[in-house]
Ligand binder design. Structure first.
Ligand SMILES: Nc1ncnc2c1ncn2[C@@H]1O[C@H](COP(=O)(O)OP(=O)(O)O)[C@@H](O)[C@H]1O
Ligand SMILES: [Mg+2]
Length: 494
């Protein structure tokens, strides 16, 4: 080498540099691949290592790879490499093979990670998602959570959540999956794009749900969602509107909600107003803590009794300096007022109509319960086709924040209830609805309960009420302005 020309020397230097550079890049790729390993669940990695170890031991014992190696490199180079790999004994052979495999695996993972990073870079370029300095967000990791959910974690690099959200369609077409949520990670510089491939089934039996997820105090089921079965607690809502076009599943949801609540606690009183006069709710009569009212007069009477009870409870709270009723501490039952086809009760009527006064009173008292019921442990559940100021007054609407909305046929209907058109976009599947409470909103497939199940459940309910059910009509008659109209069993006792 000493008598080589300077050009040749230069050439050798460059070759040396290129080899060094190449090795450096290989190592970098492998380091990337090694980091990638942490994105996989530990169980999967353990499984992979076990299989690889098995294969490696087999290779050491059979030397199949050596035979293959000789077949390919029938020369000194083959023998040289072969001697290095085989080592002095089987132990060295095994370790050498494991090192080579580890390098091959991390290198392959590294290549995958780099090509993915490039794909995302091109994607952000095409969406023009960059910060003021022209830097794009970068993929940090992909985490699989269960069978359906995958979270893509990005470092925002100055690109905020809103801008990610406005590119949701582009993300979906790139990933070819529906995005269920785009949110900030625990570290606010991280943005999480969550996909979910779960498809909700069009039928969900109540008994299946209740076997999997028992209810505790004042809870009821919402149904199956892409994140699994969901239930909620009435005491936290504290009132609920169920809406949707006829046939969407309101009454069925209403019934399963009532059954769930009646079963969830033995300190609950339920007053069910059903002005359609059918037999739809007759099975609830079997429950010792439910009372059914079928007429306008009966409805107004029961609302008056409940408002009186509410005033009594407020006096009690004031006397004790408490903020709200806690049934266990105060020995008071939670009260649920449930109205199916609520618009029949509240709709504006002609001034000359017989029910005009009754409807006004019903509105006024419901309004009070909606405003004050929370502290008194009194809850409203209203089912109605649509929510408008003609059917349910704005004041009542404002005080009911929880909504279960089944399919709506009109944009106004969906807007009035959810503030967007999502209820209109729902598929025509009975029991498919959108749950909304606070800033939480998701699609559900509601549980369906057969009438025979309602009957069985209501018959087997055990109660331990703190006080007698309201509705002692005789006693109330003297006070009620409506006493005359009420006499003929408008309130049905069990
Ligand atoms: N969660 C559900 N799952 C499956 N089918 C349902 C569900 N809810 C309702 N249905 C079907 O749709 C029909 C109408 O439901 P219903 O609750 O009476 O609607 P609405 O009260 O909105 O008019 C029911 O008789 C039932 O066959
Ligand atoms: Mg109905």
């Amino acid at each position: 080498m000493a008598n080589e020309s300077p050009q040749k020397q230069d050439q050798w230097d460059r070759i040396g540099e290129a080899i060094f550079d190449g090795i450096y890049k290989l190592i970098l790729i492998s380091i990337n691949g090694f980091k990638e390993l942490f994105n996989y669940p530990a169980a999967r990695i353990f499984h992979f290592i076990t299989v690889m170890l098995g294969i490696t031991v087999l290779l050491v014992k059979t030397c199949w790879h050596v035979k293959l190696f000789y077949y390919i490199f029938e020369n000194d180079f083959g023998a040289y490499v072969h001697n290095i790999i085989i080592g002095k004994n089987e132990g060295e052979h095994l370790i050498n093979l494991l090192i080579i495999e580890f390098f091959l695996v991390t290198f392959s993972l590294g290549i995958i990670a780099i090509s993915r990073k490039n794909k995302w870079k091109q994607f952000f370029e095409s969406c023009n998602l960059k910060n003021g300095q022209g830097t794009y967000p970068a993929l940090v990791s992909i985490v699989k959570d269960g069978d359906y959910k995958t979270s893509y974690l990005f470092k925002g690099n100055g690109v905020g959540l809103d801008r990610f959200r406005s590119s949701q369609d582009s993300f979906e077409s790139l990933l070819m999956k529906n995005i269920s949520k785009i949110e900030n990670g625990k570290d606010p510089s991280i943005i999480k794009v969550i996909t979910n491939t779960k498809v909700l089934s069009s039928h969900l039996g109540y008994s299946g749900v209740s076997n999997k997820m028992p209810l505790k105090n004042y809870e009821f089921y919402l149904g199956d969602t892409i994140d699994g079965l969901r239930k909620t607690n009435l005491s936290k809502l504290p009132h609920l509107v169920i809406a949707g076009t006829t046939g969407g599943g309101k009454s069925s949801f209403f019934k399963q909600t009532l059954v769930g609540l009646l079963n969830s606690s033995n300190h609950l009183q339920m007053y069910l107003i059903d002005l359609k006069g059918g037999l739809e709710f007759s099975d609830f009569k079997k429950s010792p803590n439910a009372k059914i009212v079928k007429s306008m007069e009966g409805a107004v009477t029961i609302l008056e009794l409940i408002c009186a009870e509410m005033s009594k409870r407020f006096n009690y709270l004031e006397r004790h300096g408490y903020k709200s009723i806690i049934p266990k501490r105060d020995k008071l039952d939670r009260i649920v007022v449930a109205v199916d086809e609520a618009s029949v009760l509240y709709a504006n009527r002609d001034k000359n109509s017989f029910d005009y006064e009754l409807s006004l009173q019903a509105r006024e008292m419901t309004d009070r319960i909606a405003k004050l019921g929370r502290a008194a442990g009194i809850h409203l559940i209203l089912a109605t086709q649509k929510v408008s100021k003609e059917t349910i007054s704005t004041s009542i609407q404002e005080n009911i924040s929880a909504r279960m909305c089944f399919k709506m046929n009109t944009l106004q209907g969906s807007l009035a209830l959810l503030g967007d058109k999502s209820a209109m976009d729902l598929p025509a599947i009975a029991g498919r609805g959108i749950w909304m409470h606070g800033n939480e909103s998701f699609t559900v497939q509601a549980p369906y309960i057969e009438d025979s199940e309602i009957k069985d459940q209501c018959e087997s309910i055990e109660v331990d009420l703190h006080s007698k059910m309201l509705g002692n009509v005789q006693k109330h008659e003297q006070k009620s302005k409506l006493a005359k109209v009420l006499t003929d069993g408008e309130i049905h006792h069990d």
